[in-house]
Design a binder for this molecule. Structure first.
Ligand SMILES: C[S@@+](CC[C@H](N)C(=O)[O-])C[C@H]1O[C@@H](n2cnc3c(N)ncnc32)[C@H](O)[C@@H]1O
Length: 244
């Protein structure tokens, strides 16, 4: 693997690396997510879905859906006549999502679709969804601008696009130590995979600031773009509406 200053491989190698990494940790991802965020990721995801202001009967897309916990919130927001789609390129993460919905929650297949695909080349027609969301996913893609442009392409004019993710500069003192030392330790303890959580820290540190992502949103055809920080400034929601 080509070494880079950040320790994260680039281009196709980054995509391979990320896909393998999430395939490896898929079965323990939910537990780890709860532990490292003290369960707060559930609250942030609910806040993000509220921000989309979905209505009954609408369609929503969750890109980089992973194990798909956010899909349940979208399903609730669009109701029985709505349509929700979750997309991810990790078959193991999708397998956990599939089990969650078909086995445990017995969601009607007509209401929810899980798709294996690439965030940078979405397999959907233009203007297909009322809203599109990414949570803790964008920093993993090879070219963020391409993934945002794709998301904007498949959302209907006037539809909402939102990204939820950690911020590279955290306002809370001590968070850096938590992120660089405690989190990889928890990762090793629970998943036997410290490097996965070292990657998480590195990818977060190298992610765009919310203000830079706000510019990318604007360049990709979104208007009324806003940034809202939560989690003591450690997490940001960047939101915009497709010009329509
Ligand atoms: C940190 S997880 C986030 C999962 C979930 N959205 C959440 O909030 O818990 C990142 C997910 O992005 C997926 N991913 C990364 N790059 C991708 C790409 N180019 N296309 C599709 N999925 C991708 C990974 O497979 C992984 O499931």
């Amino acid at each position: 693997m080509t070494p880079t200053p950040t320790g994260i491989p680039e281009g196709v190698k980054k995509a391979d690396f990320v896909q393998r990494l999430f395939n490896t940790i898929a079965k323990r991802y939910d537990l780890l997510n709860d532990c490292i965020s003290f369960g707060m990721h559930r609250h942030w995801k609910q806040q993000a879905v509220n921000r989309l202001q979905l209505e009954a009967g609408q369609t929503a897309l969750d890109v980089c859906t992973g194990t798909g916990d956010l899909l349940a919130l979208l399903l609730k927001a669009v109701g029985n006549n709505g349509q929700v789609t979750g997309l991810d390129f990790s078959e193991e993460m999708l397998a956990v999502a599939h089990k969650r919905y078909t086995v445990h929650l017995q969601v009607e297949a007509s209401n929810l679709t899980l798709v294996q695909g690439d965030a940078m080349a979405l397999p959907f027609a233009d203007n297909s969804f009322d809203a599109g969301i990414v949570s803790f996913g964008l920093r993993n893609v090879t070219t963020i601008e391409t993934a945002v442009a794709e998301l904007v392409r498949v959302v209907k004019p006037g539809g909402a696009v939102l990204n939820l993710d950690t911020c590279p500069q955290v306002l809370l003192p001590g968070f850096d130590i938590y992120f660089s030392k405690v989190m990889p330790f928890i990762g090793r303890l629970l998943a036997g995979n410290q490097s996965a959580y070292q990657y998480l820290q590195a990818s977060s540190k190298n992610f765009l600031t919310p203000e830079r992502l706000q510019q990318v949103f604007q360049q990709c055809g979104l208007e009324a773009v806003t940034v809202n920080r939560t989690g003591f400034g450690s997490v940001a929601m960047v939101y915009g509406k497709k010009v329509g």
